[in-house]
Design a protein around this ligand. Sequence first.
Ligand SMILES: O=C(O)CCC(=O)C(=O)O
Length: 261
Amino acid sequence: MAETADIDHIPAAAALQEDGFVVLPALLSDEQLTAAVRHADSLLHSVGWSDNDFDGRRTRRVYSLLSRLGGFEPLLIHPQVRRLVTARLGEVHQFGMLFLSAVDPGQGSQPLHFDAGVYPLPREVEAETNVIWAVDDFTVDNGATVIAPGSHRWPAGRRPQQHELVPVVMPAGSAVVYSGRLWHAAGENRTQTTRRALICEHVLPWLRPADNHILATGVEQLLSLTPELRRLAGVAPASKYLGVVAGQDPEQWLLQSNRSS
Ligand SMILES: O=C(O)CCC(=O)C(=O)O
């Protein structure tokens, strides 16, 4: 089983660097967890199963969360998680894929993968640092994410064997932070209950994010977000010359467009 780290005592950043992941147990208060669970319930209410083997034909997924953050907001900006992600990717980074995943009873194991595999980059590039929040307890039987510790260092082409995989068992309200190069997958759900997770990828600012948050969220909703979440949505430019709007800082442009509308 993957070991957990007490972020106050074990240097979580060092564990993340060394093992490619770190489990941060019970980060949420009872109130925050209750709000997140309620929000997950409401989002999943009318959602059907995915239509492909990767996402899972007994898995429900909800995307475009920035326009309906509800009880998920504290998870996306949790200070301990933010510090770890920033230590890996630098001050300016953005959300990649961001979704709620509900692995229902009967869902088999997901194909093993590493998230940064969507980018045609050398394996050595740390392009992503990602977080899986347990909305429900993650157990060996209910589809806890399985990971291959240390696999973020493996060369291209090496794939995990079954004996190299360990389940990330953690109570609801915990998070696993992991490298985008770490091999992992959602586990098989052999129970009668659903295992829900909020999955939040973060990518370098000069890469195209897997999800187009600007379009999915829209200008009006972007303006309703905090400046931090707007930056994470991809509004922040990667540099003075990358990601500007008509030569202007996008944040300034957005605020001006709001004033003049
Ligand atoms: O749900 C999980 O445990 C992991 C899902 C995942 O890695 C993915 O869909 O990319």
